[in-house]
Design a binder for this molecule. Structure first.
Ligand SMILES: *Cc1c(COP(=O)(O)O)cnc(C)c1O
Length: 366
């Protein structure tokens, strides 16, 4: 089976990967119980903590698995049935946190904003002064492209003495944040989003408070036991065979970003997003989010006769361009254009040329 691999990829993961990182993927995968691999992993931890502006005594772990492995690991290792979580459920990824809490029997309530909308103070007010122990949020709800107001959330957590868990899987490198400023206890991301490495590794930074909880709790899953992950990472190792090749690519990417500067990386993504958003105004779409992340732009065709999923298919099959379809109830009305990965302004040009052609052909209607 051949899958076409030379699409211009505007998905939100896996994304386009730069040459240096691609080349590493073609190399042999080394044995990993060595001082050399340990040194690489300790460097990964140091740079990741630096990029997230981690608080003093924070620790990092690298899990083999997609981003959801971190969502799962955090809920079951940091919390118990004695906790009560407040989860923002504003789309597919918020909903996933609720399902995970359900699986492990961790009590939780949901803050539910309207579809495609951010949360405001009035959404949180009913939950103030209650018996919650932690707040759980996807900083960027990638399914709808909504970036939540982390200042508002962080203030709410401080005022109510809540721990704060931030899924920054798509926000990392796209949107500005500081783990210290947010007062966050856990922040995690994945390899295949803005870090632009193949999928396979999810990485997490934990505050001292989160580490203490993990060490006091009993693990409920053998493979995703964070106590074992933390213990092993002290010497730059993992309990089980990790995705060694991906971790080597992550090391190269983290070093690229450390060398060029986090600001430079973020500005590159912002420039692609801003260019796209300025030009899409001239096309028959509306943006369906009131608080946009720089990671992705959610679009809905103005003309009800235009099917969003059909546009995705035609762009893929006839123009070699991948945009990101939506699932569920938004499948036919919304698709998303990502701005992360090794994209250029010329790639945006190609997408707009395709949209021009779709209008000429009467497939995209005003
Ligand atoms: C992509 C994403 C996930 C899930 O990641 P997988 O790698 O598919 O498991 C979770 N949360 C957010 C906000 C994401 O963008």
């Amino acid at each position: 089976m051949q899958i076409k691999k030379d699409h211009i990829n505007f998905a939100v993961g896996p994304v386009l990967i730069n040459e240096e990182i691609l080349a590493l993927g073609a190399e042999p995968v080394p044995y990993f119980r060595t001082p050399e691999f340990s040194a690489l992993m300790l460097e990964n931890e140091r740079i990741l903590k630096d990029l997230m502006d981690a608080p003093e005594n924070a620790r990092a772990v690298f899990l083999t698995g997609s981003g959801t492995a971190s969502m799962d690991a955090v809920i079951q290792n940091v919390f118990t049935k004695d906790d009560k979580l407040l989860i923002v459920n504003g789309g597919g990824f918020g909903h996933r946190f609720c399902e995970i809490a359900e699986v492990y029997g961790i009590p939780h309530d949901e803050v539910i904003p309207e579809q495609g909308r951010t949360i405001r103070a009035e959404h949180l007010a009913p939950f103030a002064g209650k018996d919650y122990t932690a707040f759980v949020v996807n900083m960027d709800e990638t399914s709808t492209g909504v970036l939540y107001d982390m200042d508002l959330i962080s203030r709410f957590c401080r005022e109510n003495g809540l721990m704060l868990v931030v899924d920054a899987i798509s926000a990392f490198l796209s949107d500005e944040f500081s783990m210290k400023d947010m007062g966050a206890d856990v922040v995690f991301t994945g390899s295949q989003k803005a870090l632009a490495v193949p999928p396979g590794v999810s990485m997490m930074v934990l505050s001292q408070r989160a580490v203490d909880r993990i060490n006091a709790n009993k693990p409920t899953c053998y493979y995703l036991d964070l106590k074992a992950a933390l213990k092993n990472q002290e010497r730059g190792q993992t309990p089980w065979t990790p995705a060694v090749g991906i971790l080597i690519q992550i090391n190269a990417r983290l070093n690229q970003i450390a060398r060029d500067g986090l600001e430079t990386e973020r500005e590159r993504i912002h420039a692609i997003a801003n260019d796209f958003r300025a030009r899409i105004k001239n096309y028959p779409f509306h943006i369906v989010s009131d608080s946009l992340s720089y990671c992705v732009t959610p679009l809905s065709p103005n003309n009800k006769a235009v099917d969003a999923h059909h546009l995705f298919e035609v762009l893929k099959d006839e123009y070699g361009i991948i945009v990101c379809p939506n699932g569920g109830e938004l499948a036919h009305t919304v698709f998303r254009v990502g701005h992360i990965g090794h994209l250029t302004i010329e790639d945006n040009d190609a997408l707009f040329a395709a949209l021009d052609d779709l209008m000429r052909r009467g497939i995209l209607l005003a």
